[in-house]
Ligand binder design. Sequence first.
Ligand code: HEM
Length: 360
Amino acid sequence: MQSPILYHSNVEQIQDDEKQTHHDLEQALLQIMMTTSQNYGHAVRSVHAKSHGVIEAELEILQNLPPELAQGIFATAGRHQAIIRISTNPGDLLADSISVPRGLALKVLDVEGTRLSGAQGSTQDFIFVNGPVFSAPNAAAFAKNLQLLAKTTDKAEWAKKALSAVLQGAEKTLEAVGGESSTLQTLGGAPNVHPLGETYYTQTAYRYGDYVAKLSLVPVTETLEKHTGEKINTRGRRDALREEVAEDMQSGPATWDLRVQLCRDLEKMPVEDPSVLWDEELSPFVTVARLHADPQVGWSAERAKIADDHMRFSVWTGLEAHRPLGSVNRARRSTYALSSAYRADFNRCPIHEPAKIDLP
Ligand code: HEM
């Protein structure tokens, strides 16, 4: 296997038009939030608005990791308090019969090291979704999709339900002929799977101390694994996902492995284009930490209030050693800040990085 690529600022290539792209993204996100906050009388995230799981957890960083994996927060074995927020990607609060990709945001508390500029508190956030690649090759291409999506943000759920049903059929047909369309999945063509059984990926690349990596979170205990591939019955159940997660997290202790895939070839494992799959034959994912959760209510209205309104998760909250890399990650800096600031302002609910987690 090739040696891992060493991190250097020139693993990124910044384009001339990025400021304009960030502006376009901010406008589209604002349009979504202004529509939804008027509809709900409350501001929700401009994407990943609906939470389905709010889980107290502990991240155990493994001992005796080899030097290339003992980097950043993973350089010191030990345990950190953590919180997980499971969501689905639309910026409006849709019925769960509309099948959309799942997201998992992880906040790790009390980490030490030089912080990214503007990162408050002493937390390290990692953000994942349940697919290995992003739907667009760069932020400019994503901005075009988002501008289209912003126009569909309203209360016309019947149209989204119809679209989702059509897209799920289309996705099946595509799978049958051996293809899979990430665009279809983003728009509602994803199978309606149980969020606890899924494997989650960062999709984009991060600095990993001296190296560059993508991360993933894999269910490894019975409590979670038994839900892998399970389709949720959403008939007549608008909030089926949170009902299932609330109940299923009580059935036993749960553990996910946190795995790292080091970049070993900048051509075949590009940093700038997250729509390219990093081949696991070139560099396998290796476990560096375990995320444990004791049996608990996986979602409740009180918990959601804390994670949805009092918290934000951003890839730009954390250490310089885990700097987000590439066009899409650069575009996430101002956009996540804008979305959480809008929520805090509209809801009159200030957001701070937590120093401890104590969920009801
Ligand atoms: C240019 C591309 C992207 C933009 C503009 C964008 C924008 C946003 C915004 C504005 C939020 C809400 C922030 C808040 O109000 O706190 C958000 C949340 C989220 N995004 Fe992205 N995003 C992008 C790419 C991605 C990618 C590549 C992933 C894949 C892991 C991702 C996964 C998520 C998840 C899971 C959340 C929910 C976090 C939470 O629970 O608070 N996003 N995104």
